[in-house]
Design a protein around this ligand. Structure first.
Ligand code: HEC
Length: 148
């Protein structure tokens, strides 16, 4: 009898730690998606300005670029090992080709840093070019590491 209840207690504890892990993975997925949503919320208006769908407002553009630079490091810590299942569009390559993924991360961060610096300068043509270069790095990573 005693043995069974020990075994049971062990099973219950195991179950609890599995579900704590599952929560941790779900949180990680939610956090990185939230960060990416904020990427989009800032990239979108810059894109509209760059493409002439919105009046080009240098100060607003620079503020968006500064936001993106501040956000740029936020998603990555939430790609924890094991969070490749559930409500996620991340491809398994994020983990299986971690080095290549890091290359994409670095390209994006460099582009976002440059975009913010160029935007402070206020040269519209350079701002549009730096925007295009940044948007390319989003796409390049999505092509290899994000499901549609
Ligand atoms: C280094 C790779 C990488 C870069 C750079 C990157 N993304 Fe993503 N993005 C991903 C991955 C992976 C996902 C899938 C996240 C998930 O569902 O787990 C994603 C998801 C998203 C989503 C969907 C979020 C959701 O709620 O499902 C949006 C929007 C997004 N990215 C926008 C952007 C924008 C805009 C940029 C550039 C400013 C960008 N991303 C740069 C890898 C990247």
């Amino acid at each position: 009898m005693k043995k069974t209840s020990f075994a049971l207690a062990g099973l219950v504890a195991l179950g609890a730690s599995f579900s704590a892990l599952a929560d941790q993975f779900e949180d990680a997925i939610q956090y990185r998606k939230a960060a990416f949503s904020l990427f989009k919320a800032n990239l979108g208006p810059m894109g509209a300005m760059a493409e002439g769908k919105m009046p080009f407002d240098k100060a607003a553009f620079a503020a968006r670029a500064a936001n993106l630079e501040a956000l740029a490091k936020m998603p990555w810590e939430h790609f924890i090992e094991g969070s490749d299942m559930g409500d996620t569009k991340s491809k398994p390559e994020v983990w299986s080709k971690a080095k290549d993924y890091k290359v994409e991360v670095d390209k994006f961060e460099a582009a976002a840093t440059k975009l913010a610096a160029v935007a402070k300068g206020g040269d519209e043509k350079a701002m549009k070019a730096a925007f295009g270069a940044t948007a390319k790095t989003c796409k390049s990573c999505h092509d290899g590491f994000k499901n549609k």
